[in-house]
Design a protein around this ligand. Sequence first.
Ligand code: HEM
Length: 314
Amino acid sequence: MCRVIKDLQLSIGVVRPFSPSGSVLDKLVEWRRLRRLFAINARLTEMFLPFIKARPSPCDNGGRRPYVDSLVDLRIPSNEDEHTATANSDDVDCGRRALRDDEIVNLIKEFLGAGTGTVAVCLEWALAHLVDRPEVQRRLRREVDAEAAAVSRAGAGMPYLHAVVLETLRMHPPLPVLPRHVQSDAAAGVLGLSASDLYVNFAVADIGRDGRTWTNPDEFQPERLLAGGEADGVGPLPGPKGIRMMPFGAGHRFCPGVGMAMVNIKCFLAALVREFDWAPPSAGGGVDLTELDGFFKVMKTPLSARATPRNQGD
Ligand code: HEM
């Protein structure tokens, strides 16, 4: 299953600007890419459905419900066509219907894909910068060591840890491009188009490296996000004053996993820095910070580092 999810992520490839034009070759490449995606999608559906159908009956787990149960119990507004299309009429109640199997599978795929790869990619970039900049690693370790319960408290009250994670997300947002379909004719009219024609790709990665709003945007400087720094107050989601970075998107489709992601990344990073000293694999060796844009913005050369176990307080 892991392999098929990875195949899906890799084959989505770079999100390209929507263009109705393009050469025959471009269209052929695009068509083959889509065909491959649909095949992987069908394979994932075949794998997930038996697990969903065979899930154990709901049990009382201290008020917490598995995600799959909440999807199965969810009722959404249905239209007339869906009334007739839904296989089981018991599933339609007062204009609301249960999710179809394909909808449930798609939501689970999105949840698994969105919540794992992004966090792993962000951790790899953060560690790469810590290996590259030992003084940043030392400062972070001092904060982690000073806060004995850091890991269990999910990094609360650890401003430098927060800044290191945010700076990583500014420079390497795991999802570098966010596509949107423009819904308003007023907005599309500015370009002489109708809304149905207009797709916009927001270059999230470029926003975080905009030299007009960031000093030395290509340098890893977590200090800029601390109190009194140039980006004091900038958080994982854009605030009302403007958008300086948006690794978790913006607007009503922003990432619903933002809180969980920040906690996961901070916990992992704090534990990794507390338990190990991180250095390049060989003395004098550097870290290649070249990016590769795929579905995720990954390291072109995966991080290779020497991790030496340390005693607390080293
Ligand atoms: C570093 C970690 C993460 C990053 C950078 C990230 C980023 C994003 C971005 C940019 C979007 C699209 C937002 C938009 O279109 O405006 C998104 C959507 C989403 N994310 Fe995350 N995410 C992360 C972790 C997670 C986690 C941990 C979960 C859940 C456990 C999650 C669940 C989702 C879901 C379900 C969506 C789709 C929301 C929708 O379609 O309305 N993400 N994420």
